[in-house]
Structures are given as C-alpha cells and as structure tokens.
Write a protein that binds this ligand. Structure first.
Ligand code: FES
Length: 104
C-alpha cells in the first residue's frame, strides 16, 4: 500500500491507499470519483482517463500507441492524459498525484 493524491471532478483532493501490483484503474474504480472502467482495462473505452500531475508524468512508463490513439480521440485530451488501466502501480509511484478527467 502507498498513498496517492487523487483530485476528483469537484476539485477535492483525496489521499487514497493504493495497492501495489494492481493498475491505477483498479485502485480507482471502487472509489466514487467517476472511474467507470467499462472495458475492464482492455484499453478500449477511455472511461479510466486521468490527468497526471506534470511533476510525475515523465516518471511513468511511456504511453503505447494504442493508448495514445484512444486518448487523442477524446475532446478532453490533454498532454498529461493517461489511461489509468495502462499504468501498473508500484512502490516507486508512492505520492503520485492525478486528477480524474471529466466525462466525455
Ligand atoms: S478501463 Fe477501458 S480503457 Fe481503461
């Protein structure tokens, strides 16, 4: 377990205990902050879209082309967009800050 800082769609920051060995999406979907994760992590729905704090963005593994293609189709896409299902949460990411993206 390690704490991550999650800002919800109302702009409220929460400390969330995240389990290592799971994806960020798996750590977020049971919370009530709007990560629906409809496709279950298959990189097919983008309902796990988050914005990574710029200080953390380059510390994450790079986006693969299928993730980037899906993100770029979103009207809510930003340069720091990620699909949280594509990020494995590890101990090195303790303290990670992210914001839940608005619904499409
Ligand atoms: S859960 Fe569907 S793309 Fe991430």
């Amino acid at each position: 377990m390690a704490v991550i800082k999650v800002t919800d769609r109302d702009g409220i920051e929460h400390d969330v205990d995240a389990k290592t060995g799971f994806t960020l999406m798996e750590n977020l979907r049971d919370l009530e902050y709007g990560v629906a994760a409809v496709c279950g992590g298959m990189c097919a729905c983008a309902t796990c879209h988050v914005y990574i704090d710029p200080e953390w963005f380059d510390r994450l593994p790079a986006r693969q082309s299928d993730e980037l293609d899906l993100l770029r189709d979103l009207s809510t896409y930003q340069p720091n967009s990620r699909l949280s299902c594509q990020i494995k949460f590890t101990g090195e990411l303790a303290g990670l800050k992210l914001r839940i993206a608005d619904d499409e």
